[in-house]
Design a protein around this ligand. Structure first.
Ligand code: NAI
Length: 376
């Protein structure tokens, strides 16, 4: 029987709290894969970690969980890990600048990279969720140079799922009201009835939520979004620095970019349930699904990308996950059929410039003033 060794950093945090039941029920790595889960956190969270291990025991998860270790010992957590889910870090506090957040977090990622390099399986797959996710991922990989670069990714799937959810909400309300531009009738649309969208760039306000090629599956046929939504300005990509509408409801792109802030303001805590679900979807597609031809947004190294993004950056792209059974578990490719519109290209260049700036800042922090990634 194969047992997958999975380390989750930030194991006592709020995303982990929602993610653990998904893993333990076989909803992330598939029902046929048994998981040994190592939950790592820092000493001040040791008691919380103990309580979470008790709750796991009390939850009587049926089969997927082979064992659980709650620990503050980094080496025990990373020893032989085949999958690393990096949630651990300092979350952004109100009023905190991106640079301050970076200074707090890149040191943690450097350490996590060193642990991967020294203790994890040589084919470990790493998903960075902790912010600033793209630059954290770059720092992580720079400190684990013997692992293949294709094994590193960051989570942009939450932004992708937010856009799917908003598109569905809008399309279903138009269908229910019977006001679609063509006289269309349909059952309620589901997530699988939406395709052709992508989040490009950084996981930040500069991200580019691209709905220019969205299609809905209406009564068994794929049709452009406009068939239901008409030529609505709502679909038009707004500049990231445009003045935001109240609550971000005027444009889809604006609403996607603002969603995290709206949830943070209302809950006084950042998104956790949806972040855990997006993490599960990212890992499931990447590591456990047969190839479906489905295009998803994933933060990956830009090396060899057909979209003109400079090499050596970690950036969100449209990707398709490949055959992931056995030794090839974890393959993915850029979806080179995805076409960039002029607007998307222009805004992606802005987001890429931000990624380059963040890279500069991160390695300068780590190297005490020098900005060469190789020394990170
Ligand atoms: P949280 O604050 O509830 O949990 C973070 C945990 O990390 C805490 O338990 C903390 O003690 C732990 N931690 C700090 N330093 C650590 C270290 N060196 N080693 C191990 N653990 C360490 O935060 P939450 O809500 O679970 O979010 C986790 C991260 O995910 C945050 O950085 C947040 O900004 C980010 N996030 C990213 C999203 C994305 O779409 N990429 C979406 C939502 C959140």
């Amino acid at each position: 029987m194969v047992v997958l060794q999975v380390v989750v950093t930030g194991g006592a945090g709020q995303i982990a709290y929602s993610l653990i039941p998904l893993i333990a029920r076989g909803l992330v790595f598939g029902p046929a894969t048994r998981v040994h889960l190592r939950l790592l956190d820092i000493p001040p969270a040791a008691q919380a970690l103990e309580a979470i291990v008790m709750e796991i025991q009390d939850s009587l998860f049926p089969t997927a969980l082979e064992g659980v270790l709650g620990t503050t010992d980094e080496v025990r957590a990373f020893e032989g890990a085949q999958v690393a889910i990096l949630l651990g870090g300092f979350p952004r506090k109100p009023g905190m600048e991106r640079g301050q957040l970076m200074a707090k977090n890149v040191g943690i990622m450097k350490r996590m990279g060193q642990l991967l390099e020294r203790h994890a399986s040589r084919d470990c797959k790493a998903l960075v969720v902790a912010n600033p996710a793209a630059t954290n991922c770059l720092v992580l990989a720079a400190n684990a140079p013997s692992l293949p670069r294709k094994n590193f990714s960051f989570l942009s799937r939450l932004d992708h799922e937010r856009m799917v959810g908003m598109l569905l909400e809008k399309a279903n309300s138009v269908l229910a009201a019977g006001t679609a531009s063509h006289a269309v009738r349909s059952e309620r649309l589901r997530p699988a009835d939406v395709r052709g969208l992508c989040i490009w760039g950084n996981h930040s306000d500069s991200q580019v939520p691209d709905a220019s090629s969205v299609e809905f599956c209406l009564n068994g046929n794929w049709v452009p979004a406009q068939t239901i939504l008409g030529d609505s300005p709502w679909l038009k990509l707004q500049d990231a620095n445009a003045v935001a509408g109240a609550g971000g409801g005027d444009y889809l792109s604006e609403a996607v970019r603002n969603r995290g802030a709206v949830i943070l303001a209302a809950r006084k805590l950042s998104s956790a349930m949806s972040a855990a679900n997006a993490t599960a979807a990212h890992l499931g597609d990447w590591l456990c699904s047969p190839p479906t031809g489905k295009t998803v947004s994933m933060g990956v190294f830009s090396d060899g990308n057909p979209f003109g993004v400079p090499e050596g950056l970690v950036c969100s792209f449209p990707v398709q996950c490949g055959d992931l059974s056995g030794a090839n578990r974890g393959g993915w490719n850029f979806d080179s059929d995805f076409r960039l519109t002029e607007d998307v290209s222009r805004q992606l260049a802005v987001s890429v410039a931000e990624l380059e700036e963040e890279r500069e800042m991160a390695f300068s922090i780590l190297n005490g003033g020098q900005s060469t990634p190789s020394e990170g």
